[in-house]
Write a protein that binds this ligand. Structure first.
Ligand code: OOG
Ligand code: MG
Length: 261
């Protein structure tokens, strides 16, 4: 059996993103790949992006809702990293020519005012350490053909991170009840999906707590100023050039982009 070369596989994933090219999932060739191997590949990929001069906005959680786990056929949450080059202004354009086969999902993001270090972190700790809640649309773009992957594949691929649009309204968490906060996701005025905060591990703060506890395994922590996506509240929806994509959040306002050629 071939040994797994983390650096080489990270490089393949990086090139697939840059060249907008689909890859066959890594586990087709390396069926023995573990979750630990996959995070080691992700770490190499993240290092490559940093060496290219890109900055991390924050880590993100993925596959934190039943809707997403069922859609992707995967049964445990994962994390990845969102970089500055992925951020699109609210109301801005997402060019399809820069992407492979993107999908969009509605999310809640947390902006921390304090560092948070696991293990033992709870949702309540997270709410106390949060300065603002901000609504978001995440655009995911798996580098694997047809979004077909297993858990290690999607971890290695930085949890399909590709673009993100943040809303313009920042609200302190004390004035929100995030579990009952609802969202609808529409394309060209037609509602495609809807959900609520509770879809994300019962409460989106639980997803951020889980992230802090997962990062603690490698001695890392969440940092003040991090902007952290809690994971999709809805299933992910395909869109096409010409589409206007809008998320309408209770109390948090709208997040919107237009897909262009
Ligand atoms: C993995 C990314 C999942 C989320 O919010 O659940 C994710 C994927 O579905 O391709 O970002
Ligand atoms: Mg997501």
């Amino acid at each position: 059996m071939a040994a797994i070369d983390y650096g080489m596989l990270a490089n393949e994933l990086q090139r697939a993103e840059q060249e907008k090219r689909e890859l066959v999932r890594l586990t087709a060739k390396y069926p023995e790949m573990t979750v630990e191997d996959a995070y080691a590949i992700q770490e190499r990929l993240v290092d490559m992006k940093r060496k290219d001069g890109y900055r991390i906005i924050g880590p993100k959680m993925g596959l934190t809702s039943a809707a997403k786990m069922a859609q992707m056929g995967v049964n445990e949450p994962i994390y990845g990293y969102v970089f500055d080059y992925m951020v699109v202004p609210n109301g801005g354009a997402v060019a399809m020519s820069g992407l492979i086969h993107p999908k969009v999902e509605a999310e809640i993001a947390f902006i921390l005012k304090q560092d948070v270090k696991g293990p033992g972190v709870t949702g309540e700790h997270i709410l106390n350490a949060t300065e603002y809640i901000v609504p978001a649309l995440e655009i995911i773009d798996s580098r694997y053909a047809n979004f077909h992957f297993t858990l290690p594949d999607v971890i290695a691929d930085n949890a399909s991170s590709s673009r993100v649009v943040f809303g313009s309204r920042l609200v302190p968490p004390s004035s929100l009840e995030l579990d009952v906060l609802g969202v609808s996701l529409s394309i060209n005025g037609e509602v495609k999906a809807f959900g609520a905060g509770a879809a994300v591990l019962g409460h989106p703060a639980n997803a951020i707590a889980m992230l802090a506890n997962m990062l603690a395994r490698k001695g890392e922590s969440l940092k003040a100023g991090d902007v952290i996506l809690a994971g999709a509240m809805t299933e992910a929806i395909r869109f096409a050039a010409g589409d206007a994509v809008l998320a309408l959040f209770d109390q948090l306002g709208t997040v919107l982009f237009r897909a262009t050629e």
